[in-house]
Design a protein around this ligand. Structure first.
Ligand code: DGL
Length: 287
């Protein structure tokens, strides 16, 4: 098999990265995608960044060495905040993270230079978004909030309703009152909650997420490296493989609602636990 025919490897802690896969397949429908959701260790958000980095290396080794992927996509903001630079250094395939593509877009779209960021505790506390924005322009005013429960409800397949709106008010009212004109959805789980988030933020705030900007960047780089499958006309529906480290964590409600939301009617997960016992013991000690 030539490099071009190899799959793109995508990873996340759970089902959030599927929002990125959706955008990838939208503009590169003939690419093969192998997805790995680390549901055994979900959520990544509250964990130490070193621990998340360790998980990301395990999954990346698996995707690159066993699944022979031609590119690696960290479709998780927490993983990108924790491991992007080290992963880029370790592997020779192109590596894509969530942060750079989205801050560039946020900066371009903001007129007031007042930008909101929401994500997991790991992402928000890592300051990775804040650093990236301030490097573009030191005058940007940033207002951030960690929204950990958003990840939980998405995994449960709850995307709307009064409980979600109440939660959205609790997390977002402060950012709305700060008058931001752009809000970065800095977690790949959050696009599932776009409607209730929009309702709280109002029509004057633009919501942006990583998926679309990442997909464009991936297409550009694969093309520059001559490893993009040509003739991207329609979805190659058989060329996808979705794996998780613990299938029991995938809720029936997520499968029902997620399939419609993502437009993957036949979405199914295989279980593949790539984490060794030795690795688990080591991680417990590090906690
Ligand atoms: N989807 C992930 C992100 O973008 C993380 C969710 C979690 O595991 O806490 O950060």
């Amino acid at each position: 098999m030539g490099v071009r025919e190899k799959p793109i490897g995508v990873l996340d802690s759970g089902v959030g990265g599927l929002t990125v896969v959706n955008e990838i397949l939208d503009i590169m429908p003939r690419e093969k995608v192998i997805y790995y959701g680390d549901t055994l260790h979900l959520p990544y958000g509250p964990r130490l960044l070193d621990e998340v980095k360790n998980f990301v290396f395990n999954i990346s080794d698996f995707l690159i060495n066993k699944k022979n992927v031609k590119a690696l996509v960290l479709a998780c903001n927490t993983a990108t905040s924790a491991a992007m630079e080290d992963v880029e250094q370790k592997y020779s395939v192109p590596v894509f993270g969530t942060i750079e593509s989205v801050t560039e877009k946020a900066y371009t779209l903001s007129n007031s230079k007042r930008i909101g960021i929401i994500g997991t505790e790991g992402t928000v506390n890592s300051q990775a978004y804040q650093r990236s924005l301030l490097q573009k322009d030191a005058e940007i005013k940033i207002f951030s909030a960690a929204c950990p429960k958003f990840v939980e409800i998405v995994e449960q397949g709850i995307f709307s309703g009064p409980m979600v709106e109440k939660m959205a008010h609790k997390y977002l009212d402060g950012i709305r009152e700060a008058d931001v004109d752009v809000l970065i959805l800095g977690c790949t789980h959050f696009p599932y909650l776009r409607a209730p988030i929009k309702k709280v933020m109002g029509k004057n705030t633009k919501l942006i997420s990583s998926g679309q900007a990442m997909a464009r960047e991936i297409k550009k780089v694969l093309d520059q490296n001559n490893i993009l499958i040509p003739d991207q006309k329609k979805r190659n529906v058989f060329a996808r493989e979705f794996m998780v480290s613990d299938r029991n964590s995938i809720s029936r409600d997520f499968l029902d609602k997620g399939r419609k939301f993502l437009d993957f009617p036949s979405l199914k997960f295989k279980e593949k636990n790539i984490f060794t016992k030795r690795n688990k013991v080591h991680l417990q000690k590090g906690e």
